[in-house]
Ligand binder design. Sequence first.
Ligand SMILES: Cc1cc2nc3c(=O)[nH]c(=O)nc-3n(C[C@H](O)[C@H](O)[C@H](O)COP(=O)(O)O)c2cc1C
Length: 203
Amino acid sequence: MITEKILKKHDIHPLLQERWSPRMFSDQTVMESEIQLLLEAGRWAPSSNNLQPWRIIWGAKGSKTYDRIFECLDSFNQKWAGNAPVLMLGAFKKTNAKDKENFHALHDLGAFSAHLTFQAQSMGLAVHQMAGVKHEKAHAEFKFTEDYHVATALAIGYYGGDRSDLPEDLEKIETPTSERTPRKDFAFNGDFKETKNTSEENK
Ligand SMILES: Cc1cc2nc3c(=O)[nH]c(=O)nc-3n(C[C@H](O)[C@H](O)[C@H](O)COP(=O)(O)O)c2cc1C
């Protein structure tokens, strides 16, 4: 039996091992062709009934759209996200073709973001996902209609840059986290068990 102890982070794919969410980025430009490739990767994410409920607003640094996205981030994320050469907002369509609630739309936006993130990682690009978005402001700012919810934002750029340019509190935590909940506490080969959300193992 393969136990909790044997399989560790170093056994998973290097793209997954090496990914983390920085708050400082290299100032290397991300070309529009690279941005389009990230969006193409997201496009091929699986979704419930292939509804593809994700909608993305993107902007490159120096553009009006970038500044408008930045203004929709919460104050914590505004402390660092301006370091990223590209910002995106992630929204989803709340209903399906029958005008019924699509309960899986947020899940599918997450799948889109995961696809985009691993394509990015393969290109040396880091993605930092954010929930800290002024959702209603973003909805109005980008003229979304009633049936959409702006859920997340993404900061994207090449890994690098000088972490000492971050505010002191963020500089201290600018490192890949090694904390994860052990598999035995979230994956059950049988009945669900209530567990504590611990992360001291499985580094
Ligand atoms: C949906 C989602 C929302 C997140 N929201 C924020 C956020 O608002 N601000 C932030 O600095 N990090 C945010 N994060 C980043 C997480 O804190 C980070 O992924 C987690 O600590 C694990 O670290 P790692 O990605 O470096 O492995 C978010 C991540 C996800 C997936």
